[in-house]
Design a protein around this ligand. Structure first.
Ligand code: TXA
Ligand code: MG
Length: 334
């Protein structure tokens, strides 16, 4: 049987907690699942970013996520499931939601749907909303853990609140070592950007967050243009979408032609010259490669402790919409 988990102190810190490093094998998967069933916190890979996982059906376990991340408020979280059938037990899928689930699950899409009457996701994970955010991730380790736990697993990105999302076990540990029970190390993530979030709450589906599935692919399935919530006078219905988010310590300057003296440089596409303190998201101008590199490069440039990071213009099509969304948040006033 698993060991007893340490109690949280009133400030939510996990005094003396040791974070287990779990390998990407059967034993690591079993241990991760055991810790989750006991109400523990485990950082694990999905194909988008590392998630900080907890049993979504347990309010106490979910509270541990907010404490470890130091989230300022109880934003609703995404609940992860092993397959479409398990997701449909938690939420009510209309025709659009079902078509999107069939087209993109498992994969980097989250659907916000009305909670089913038998929904087991705790009020805290849903922030008291009548809806629930559901995702079936494609990563084999995430899938194996979800199968083994047999309950919906809440998982925001495995970073401290407001910081850059974690795309490797090292990134997750840099923010959360000593604050969580374990990290399951599956190497770097493939997509590198969080999931696209679409709300199917009756009426036209709405894009709540651009992400790993490009808008055009979603529009191809639903056969209409997606309205971006918060655009065109619509009230944002995704309370977790803070303007400043994904923020490095350095200031971020967007759409720059070249770095100013002393600035770090985040390039995209072929570059005419070698800038100092420079990283390139994709020298060939590939937006998929750029998405994979985005958060890791921001972390590396931030570690150079330059006062600001200048960023080359990124085209707005395909995954560019999600990349620019994250960059605008990183650059927003704090
Ligand atoms: O790729 C991802 O989506 C990653 C991996 C770990 O799955 N997860 C992730 O979770 O990015 P998080 O907590 O960072 O983002 C969840 C977003 C928040 O912006 C929240 O506001 C929105 O989902 N959300 C969750 N439930 C919602 C609901 N019922 N209505 C509207 N928005 C909701
Ligand atoms: Mg996040």
């Amino acid at each position: 049987m698993g060991q007893e988990l340490p109690k949280q102190d009133p400030a939510g810190r996990q005094a003396g907690r040791i974070t287990e490093r779990l390998p990407a094998d059967a034993a690591g998967i079993l241990r991760a699942a055991e810790l989750l069933r006991l109400g523990g916190l485990v950082a694990l890979p999905t194909e988008t970013v590392y998630g900080l996982a907890a049993d979504a059906t347990s309010g106490a376990a979910v509270a541990g996520i907010y404490a470890a991340k130091e989230r300022p408020s109880f934003n609703p979280l995404i609940s992860h499931l092993p397959d479409v059938a398990a997701a449909r037990r938690q939420g009510l899928f209309d025709a659009n939601a079902l078509a999107l689930a069939k087209a993109f699950w498992p994969g980097p899409l989250t659907l916000v749907v009305p909670a089913a009457p038998a929904c087991e996701v705790s009020e805290l994970a849903r922030a008291g909303l009548p809806s629930v955010a559901l995702r079936v991730p494609a990563h084999p380790l995430a899938h194996a853990v979800l199968e083994a736990v047999g309950r919906p697993i809440a998982a925001p990105s495995a970073n401290r609140s407001g910081r850059i999302s974690a795309t490797s076990a090292e990134h997750a540990l840099a923010d959360l070592d000593g604050r969580i029970d374990a990290v399951l190390d599956g190497g770097p993530t493939e997509v590198g950007l969080e999931s696209t979030i679409v709300a199917c709450l009756g009426g036209a589906p709405r894009l709540l967050r651009p992400g790993g599935v490009p808008r055009s692919a979603i529009e191809g399935v639903i056969g209409r243009t997606l309205v971006l919530a918060g655009e065109a006078g619509m009230a944002p219905i995704s309370p977790g979408l803070l303007a400043s988010h994904y923020a490095p310590a350095a200031q971020v300057r967007l759409n720059a032609e070249a770095p100013r003296p002393g600035e770090g440089w985040l390039g995209f596409g072929p570059e005419p010259q070698n800038f100092p303190h420079a990283l390139n998201l994709s020298p060939s101008g590939d937006l998929v490669e750029a998405a994979t590199n985005l958060f890791g490069h921001l972390r590396k440039l931030d570690a150079l402790a330059r006062p600001s990071i200048a960023v080359a213009p990124i085209p707005e099509h395909g995954l560019g919409e999600a990349i620019n969304d994250r960059l605008r948040r990183a650059a927003a006033p704090r």
